[in-house]
Design a binder for this molecule. Structure first.
Ligand SMILES: NC(=O)c1ccc[n+]([C@@H]2O[C@H](COP(=O)([O-])OP(=O)(O)OC[C@H]3O[C@@H](n4cnc5c(N)ncnc54)[C@H](OP(=O)(O)O)[C@@H]3O)[C@@H](O)[C@H]2O)c1
Length: 230
């Protein structure tokens, strides 16, 4: 489903994280109202802004998100089950992201439902015919379950009627904002060359791509890579 009307109010799940924080900062200059959804809103340190509201919510408890979702026409999904690699994946649910997406789809009642999800470089298809996570020089095999959970995002989203896009950063994502900050990004369809998939990208560059896809959607029902123009 796609519409052309611009988003007015957007929720960011994981707004306190590294990516979610940058996305929140990139959304506000567009004039949007941003609902920063946090599991512990009393512990946040997001800079105050007249159009930023911090609301409690857990992406894995969609019923508790119902009132927030009712009020927004776009959503950014920037949560992760681990901020650092876990000791073990024994109890990890490979459907972590798929279940969140299904819950959002079932709960979100609004005429316009634009969802932009943060992807994982490990899932990118390379022009060699392989997937990045299959190359252990590029992605630690021990983290494969996490990449598999991200990969299950796509079929889960495809099973919804959301207007969705997955924006996937390259493996060199999260380099400090420096000389590249302020450069434009580009959206690239798969397959990617190994060089493209492993390039660097700052949080700010990536966040601008997400904000643009919220405000003026160009990617529908697809995953694309976000690469730096630098
Ligand atoms: N190169 C790459 O492809 C690459 C690199 C980095 C990240 N990523 C992706 O980017 C996304 C965000 O990662 P990040 O580095 O920003 O992670 P992060 O800094 O750990 O932040 C994640 C945020 O999500 C929140 N969160 C976790 N579970 C939640 C839930 N159930 N409900 C609501 N909020 C929840 C956490 O809040 P709490 O404080 O409550 O825990 C945290 O603020 C992930 O999908 C990750 O895989 C991709």
């Amino acid at each position: 489903m796609s519409t052309t009307s611009p988003a007015r109010r957007v929720a960011v799940l994981g707004a306190g994280g590294r990516v979610g924080r940058a996305v929140t900062a990139a959304l506000l200059p567009h004039g949007l109202h941003v609902e920063a959804v946090l599991r512990q809103p009393d512990r946040h340190d997001l800079p105050p802004h007249p159009r930023l509201r911090v609301v409690p919510g857990d992406a894995q408890r969609p019923a508790e998100l119902a009132s927030t979702l009712r009020a927004v026409d776009a959503l950014v999904l920037a949560v992760t089950p681990f901020s650092a690699p876990p000791q073990s994946f024994d109890d990890f649910d490979l459907d972590y992201y798929a279940a969140i997406v299904a819950g959002i789809d079932a709960t979100w009642r609004a005429p316009r439902r634009r969802l932009v999800a943060v992807g994982l470089a490990a899932t990118l298809t390379l022009d060699s015919g392989t997937v990045l996570m299959d190359d252990e020089t590029l992605f630690p095999p021990a983290l494969t379950p996490f990449a598999q959970a991200h990969a299950r995002h796509l079929p889960a989203l495809a099973a919804t009627t959301l207007d969705w896009a997955v924006l996937t950063p390259p493996a060199g994502f999260g380099t400090p904002d420096g000389p590249a900050a302020g450069q434009a990004y580009r959206l690239v369809a798969e397959p990617l060359s190994r060089e493209q998939a492993t390039t660097t990208l700052t949080y700010d560059e990536y966040a601008r791509a997400v904000a643009d896809e919220v405000v003026r959607p160009s990617v529908h029902a697809a995953r694309v890579a976000v690469l730096s123009r630098a």
